[in-house]
Design a protein around this ligand. Structure first.
Ligand SMILES: [Zn+2]
Length: 124
């Protein structure tokens, strides 16, 4: 049910933003989910559409989800790129992040952990 609470937070942001902008209708919501959040894109979409369908302002909203691929940087050798093989189990196991070049574990995650509302299109 992790996706449920994430979707709830996203919906809060969307409604707050719509209100601040005196929107009459929310047309499109673009959400970015990092690969390393281990969130299910389908689940998030499902809950967003579920929440949006209950309010007239967002009933027609089109939900777009962008999955942000992971990007890591190694502080030992300077490698920057995708983490080693997340594999099909990535949604169940937290990937152990070691540098694919030098094998050290001191890598920094630069991208892939975010979950945010990127864009909201409204009609006033
Ligand atoms: Zn390295």
């Amino acid at each position: 049910m992790h996706e449920f609470s994430i979707a709830q937070q996203i919906v809060d942001v969307v409604f707050r933003t719509a209100q601040e902008n005196e929107a009459q209708l929310i047309e499109r919501v673009v959400v970015v989910i990092g690969e390393l959040t281990l969130l299910s894109e389908e689940q998030v979409r499902f809950w967003l559409q579920e929440f949006f369908s209950h309010k007239p302002i967002s009933r027609e909203a089109c939900v777009e989800i962008i999955v942000q691929p992971a990007l890591i940087r190694c502080s030992h050798c300077g490698f920057e790129g995708a983490p080693p093989c997340p594999g099909p189990e990535a949604h169940f196991l937290l990937p152990i992040l070691a540098c694919p070049r030098c094998g050290q574990s001191g890598v920094t995650i630069k991208e892939g952990r975010e979950c945010l509302v990127k864009k909201i299109t409204v009609k006033k």
